[in-house]
Design a protein around this ligand. Structure first.
Ligand code: ADP
Ligand code: MG
Length: 694
């Protein structure tokens, strides 16, 4: 019997070539896809409310026969109005829709219709404005769409809810028995999880919300379980390898910590201890370092690089952008200059360097003439070979995938890998996504930093904002002014960096020095501007989000963010993290007009706290994990149904079972477990690729 994945959705009753194309738009190609095309939500139509008993002001479902329909143009708003009146035997209610003239044809008298909406009273009559509506053609239609909990699916043009329900029902009837149950029976029995056939049925057409929830939990458990197994296997595949066991004496560690003009924070010391212990073992380290912007992660990473150097090995440091790579290079050179490891040789490697430069630097990396290479993803270029890489740092994990991580590991003899992120992730999600990593957290800021105050201004308060900028510059401060776009456009009514720069330079701040930097400039130009800003030759720097990550100008303590409602929460936090880095207090001015409740939530969050963990948590709540991490982020894409934020208990249960399984049988070689290898291969193909590469 063929797998349901291999049977085209076209073989389901009611699907022809044209509909097949529509299904493709929903990401449904096979019968399996269709069965796993879960409802977005449900509507409880078990108890229809008789029209005579509806409550005004409440959302209700009513159903009856269409008594009359009508269409007209409102003399007042000039809108097209479609009206339909239904009668359910107990009373009448009219439904109106605006500017949807095709509805005039859709409704016809005598047909049975069901509507869900908020009940109003208009001119003494009951009314619903723009309710959800469905026409029911026949008895069968009624059994699927009325007097039950009905599923509501995501639609595409050309599909109706009714059609999807009918088609999914048909596919369930025909193919349900071919659904194979991947969860071991023992596990199902142990946790009282129902079989897959029952669960898939109940996801689509539950008799009660308890059944629906049980089905969802069962399917989520399965997803979490296999996903966790794949993560654990990947980790094992790396940590079972033999890497370098560095020798790190107390004296060496102490020498490093005493090498700076300041005292390390307790959190930095704690993480250095964790890294030291890892480096001393011969199995490769795989560690995620979370810490807010400016918490001093770079220094902690440098510890590993220096220890590798003192053991006679090379290290590397990979940053997501060229600006950042350069900045790390400058910073680290400075830090090294301060320390007792001045002889360490550091090189910068970025993309697009000239052949002559490549010819010079590649051999030096290859023969060990360079101890620490700082660069962009140019580091994982095939041509780059190390003599003996034993420690690798990856900054800003979000910008790199798992694949890059694996490629970097390949450059050395299973080097210790430290991944740094300034977007702290709540623990629960960390386990889901990075369960293959050990986790360190820097939860303390270096002392003596200024505090940053954040204020909100409206668009029409520009003059006040400009006045504030002037007075700050007069105090000797430097100011960033951030815009969401470079150019003005007709589509978006936004102030843009280039225009505002002109305006500032020639009018508003013509007696001050104004600079401009954005992502479309040549690297060389933007570097020049940044250097001039650093050297205090520029008072006001107009910029786009190119300054989002890592740019470090201690004397710039004021930031104005225009159209702040357009920026994501993490982005706002990163931007704001650029100021308050010196000794004086920072001032962050958000100029915004919240257009949506979501942008309002974001502004509220950024105004209420400076703590990166709290902001990340709020961001997750506002956006949900899928959007929080972005589409390409590994881990969440693979989870189709399960949601680590809302199903924490199930996640933990599944993880516990996955750990138990892999501890007992790490190679999945025992007879009853062998089939799991195939499942993982099928579900997480990229994971296995990574395992091989790593
Ligand atoms: P992150 O990478 O976490 O954003 P950095 O490592 O760039 O932070 O540190 C920001 C600044 O703080 C750097 O200039 C660094 O030299 C300085 N710094 C790091 N640790 C300390 C400390 N313990 N005390 C004072 N300053 C510190
Ligand atoms: Mg940094």
């Amino acid at each position: 019997m063929p797998f349901l994945e291999d049977i085209s959705v076209q073989y389901v009753k009611g699907v022809g070539p044209a509909r097949k194309k529509l299904f493709a738009r929903l990401g449904v190609g096979s019968v399996a896809d269709l069965l796993y095309f879960f409802p977005r939500r449900y509507q409880d139509r078990r108890n229809l409310t008789p029209v005579a008993q509806v409550k005004v002001g409440q959302w209700q479902t009513v159903s009856g026969k269409i008594l009359a329909k009508d269409s007209r143009r409102s003399w007042y708003t000039k809108k097209h109005v479609s009206e339909m009146t239904m009668d359910d035997g107990s009373g009448r209610i009219s439904c109106v829709w605006f500017n949807q003239p095709y509805l005039d044809r859709y409704f016809s008298e005598g047909k049975r219709v069901v509507c869900y909406g908020k009940v109003d009273v208009y001119k003494n009559r009951l009314q619903m404005v723009a309710p959800e509506y469905e026409i029911l053609e026949n008895e069968e239609d009624e059994s699927l769409n009325l007097r039950r909990i009905v599923p509501i699916y995501s639609l595409t043009r050309g599909f109706t809810q009714r059609y999807l329900r009918k088609t999914i029902k048909a596919s369930l009837e025909k193919y349900k028995d071919q659904l194979s149950d991947d969860l071991p029976v023992a596990l199902r029995n142990k946790h009282r999880l129902s079989n897959i056939r029952r669960s898939i049925s109940n996801i689509h057409f539950p008799e009660s919300f308890e059944d629906q929830e049980e089905a969802l939990n069962r399917i989520s458990f399965e997803e979490f379980y296999f996903f966790q197994i794949s993560i654990i296997l990947r980790r094992l595949s790396i940590t079972h390898k033999k890497g370098v066991a560095h020798k790190i004496s107390d004296a060496a560690a102490l020498r490093f910590m005493k090498a700076f003009p300041f005292e390390l924070t307790g959190a930095q010391k704690k993480v250095i201890r964790e890294i030291r212990a890892d480096m001393q073992r011969d199995s490769p380290m795989l560690r995620l370092l979370q810490g807010d912007v400016g918490s001093g992660k770079t220094l902690v990473a440098l510890f590993g690089c220096v220890m590798a150097y003192e053991n006679g090995y090379q290290s590397c440091f990979m940053a997501p952008t060229e600006i950042l790579a350069r900045q790390h290079y400058e910073n680290i050179k400075r830090m090294i200059g301060e320390g007792a490891f001045k002889d360490m040789k550091v090189a910068l490697l970025i993309s697009g360097i000239k052949k002559a430069e490549k010819d010079r630097i590649f051999p030096r990396i290859k023969n060990g003439d360079v101890d620490l290479v700082i660069g962009t993803h140019a580091l994982i270029d095939e041509e780059v070979g190390f003599k003996n890489l034993s420690f690798a740092v990856i900054d800003e994990q979000h910008k790199f995938g798992v694949r890059q991580r694996a490629l970097l590991s390949e450059k050395g003899n299973n080097p210790d890998v430290l991944i740094m992120t300034a977007t702290p992730i709540p623990r629960t999600l960390c386990i889901t996504l990075y369960g293959d990593l050990d986790i360190s957290v820097i939860d303390e800021m270096p002392p003596g930093r200024g505090k940053t105050e954040t204020r909100l201004y409206r668009q029409d308060q520009s003059n006040e904002v400009y006045q504030l900028i002037r007075s700050k510059v007069a105090e000797g401060q430097q100011v960033y002014v951030i815009y969401p776009v470079i150019e003005e456009s007709e589509k978006l009514d936004l102030k843009a960096a280039r225009n505002m720069y002109k305006h500032f330079e020639t009018k508003e701040f013509k007696n001050l020095s104004v600079g401009l930097v954005h992502g479309q400039m040549k690297q060389k130009e933007s570097r020049e501007v940044m250097d001039r800003f650093k050297n205090k030759e520029i008072d006001i720097l107009v910029a786009t989000t190119v300054v989002e990550v890592g740019v470090d100008v201690p004397n710039a303590n004021v930031m104005v963010i225009e159209h702040a409602e357009r920026f994501g929460l993490a982005q706002l936090h990163q931007l704001r993290g650029r100021i308050g880095r010196g000794e004086s207090d920072g001032l962050c001015i958000l100029v915004a007009e919240a257009q949506t409740s979501e942008s309002n939530d974001r502004l509220k969050a950024i105004l209420s706290t400076n703590n990166g963990f709290e902001i990340a948590q709020r961001d997750l709540e506002i956006r949900g994990p899928g959007r929080f991490f972005g589409r390409h982020q590994h881990g969440l894409n693979e989870l189709k149904v399960a949601n680590p934020m809302t199903q924490l208990g199930i996640l933990e249960l599944a993880r516990k079972e996955a750990i138990a399984l892999t501890e007992d049988d790490p190679k999945l070689a025992k007879e009853p477990n062998r089939y799991i290898n195939d499942i993982i291969k099928k579900r997480y193909p990229t994971y296995l690729r990574d395992v091989k590469a790593g």
